[in-house]
Ligand binder design. Structure first.
Ligand SMILES: Cc1cc2nc3c(=O)[nH]c(=O)nc-3n(C[C@H](O)[C@H](O)[C@H](O)COP(=O)(O)OP(=O)(O)OC[C@H]3O[C@@H](n4cnc5c(N)ncnc54)[C@H](O)[C@@H]3O)c2cc1C
Length: 408
């Protein structure tokens, strides 16, 4: 049996690793010209699925935490804090032997997932054809490949999904009425220590009483351990259509966007608004951030399966998109292994039944996460009022003074 994986993102590469572990033949095709063809994003959290995730991957992978640690070379515990408007103290998640929590720098995580995987770079999928005997994929450069199963792990604008549903992404993706302003900055010395002191890896600002929610994250620490790169996201419900060329976020300058953020966060204690005060106007992203998500009721059962954002793109507010892409990949690898047994992949009815079962579970789970992520502002508002936490496992965090000591 041979599997064609379209997309070398987090989901596609996880699937490739799970197939490598089981000795199942596969090829990976990616539209980017090489590994560094595109900004991979900042950092993501791995927590409740770490054990299951590692067990599904080959044992020759390097250590996950050491390879992806966004706090390296500092010796600080990975930590994610929440500050609720009007409430004292801070709550959050923290790495411990009982509750492992890894904040992975994304390009390091992608590099880690590429361990011993050959990717066919510069292969942008343009077409899929399938019949009872197999599936063929065609790329923009005119080349083709043939296999028994094709997997669309090709992200939010998935051409594989377009093939399966015969509908363009513009018909299927929903605009999420949330406006976001994004900033990035480098910090060193005391300002760096003060940010780490608010939550070593990241912190959320839950301030619906001021009309916003915010996220501040460490992207990575500089090699000398004396400074680092941070990013932040400021979000408000959007009453207008952000895609409209006349929307103020489309026409405003970086300085105007920053002024809006600083004005809105004025009511916060200085320590919680310092990151916005320290950001230079050129650190604010020029282009407006537009969130689109995807809810699918059903997918056809055939030799083509989808996973990750291709099937259930969601806003990042709950940090669950990659989490579900990993779960999809682990579940789909079991489905594929089941089809390899007794050469069931040769029987189109067995393929349809197995892929159909996978799609049903994946869409039920993924779509629930899409809905929860879409309503995160309303949820934040409710939780700020009731005092409930966002995820289980949150506890009061006592933040000690930061010492910038690199690992020995
Ligand atoms: C700002 C932000 C923060 C986030 N934070 C978190 C977080 O903390 N935790 C979390 O779990 N999730 C987070 N997410 C969500 C997460 O990034 C996605 O859910 C995850 O990357 C989905 O993985 P994927 O493999 O499905 O898609 P992708 O990672 O998008 O990979 C798709 C791949 O397919 C390739 N491709 C596209 N078209 C073609 C084509 N025609 N031919 C071949 N290849 C193609 C792309 O180049 C890409 O490499 C965040 C997202 C954003 C935007």
């Amino acid at each position: 049996m041979h599997v064609l994986i379209i997309g070398a993102g987090l989901g596609g590469l996880t699937l490739a690793q799970t197939l490598r572990k089981q000795g199942i033949s596969f090829e990976v095709f990616e539209r980017d010209e090489d590994e560094n063809g595109r900004f991979q994003g900042w950092a993501i959290a791995l927590h409740t699925i770490i054990d299951e995730f590692l067990a599904a991957l080959p044992s020759d992978m390097p250590d996950l935490k050491q390879s992806t640690d966004h706090l390296a070379p500092l010796n600080l515990r990975h930590q994610f804090a929440y500050y609720y408007g009007g409430r004292e103290g801070c709550y959050g998640l923290e790495d411990s032997p009982e509750t492992p929590f890894i904040r992975a720098e994304r390009s390091r995580l992608r590099k880690w997932l590429l361990t011993d995987i050959t990717v066919n770079w510069g292969k942008a999928l343009t077409d899929i054809t399938q019949d009872d005997e197999g599936v063929s994929v065609t790329f923009k450069d005119g080349t083709t490949a043939r296999g028994d199963i094709a997997v669309g792990a090709d992200g939010v604008y998935s051409p594989a999904r377009q093939h399966l549903l015969q509908r363009p992404s513009t018909d299927l993706l929903h605009l999420v009425p949330l406006m976001a302003i994004v900033g990035e900055l480098d910090l060193s010395g005391d300002a760096f220590k003060r940010q780490l002191g608010l939550g070593h890896s990241a912190y959320n600002l839950i301030n619906p009483e001021l009309g916003f929610i915010g996220f501040v994250g460490l992207h990575y620490v500089f090699p000398d351990g004396q400074g680092g790169r941070f990013y932040w996201m400021f979000m408000q419900p959007d009453t207008e259509d952000i895609t409209d060329a006349k929307h103020w976020l489309q026409t405003s300058s970086q300085q105007e966007k920053l002024d809006h953020v600083r004005k809105t966060v004025r009511g916060l204690p200085l320590k919680l608004r310092e990151i916005f005060e320290l950001t230079p106007p050129e650190g604010v992203r020029k282009e407006p951030h537009i969130w689109r998500d995807l809810e699918l009721d059903t997918l056809p059962s055939s030799r083509v399966a989808l996973l990750g954002d291709a099937a259930h793109a969601m806003t990042p507010s709950r940090g669950e998109g990659a989490f579900h892409a990993f779960i999809d990949a682990m579940k789909l690898s079991k489905t594929i292994a089941g089809l390899q047994a007794d050469a069931k992949y040769k029987d189109i009815n067995a393929v349809k039944a197995a892929v159909g079962e996978y799609h049903t579970e994946m869409l039920r789970r993924g779509t629930a996460a899409v809905r929860a992520s879409r309503s995160s502002y309303q949820e934040a508002k409710k939780r700020a009022e009731t005092g409930e936490h966002f995820t289980s496992g949150m506890k009061p965090l006592s933040i000690e003074p930061i010492v910038l000591a690199a690992r020995g």
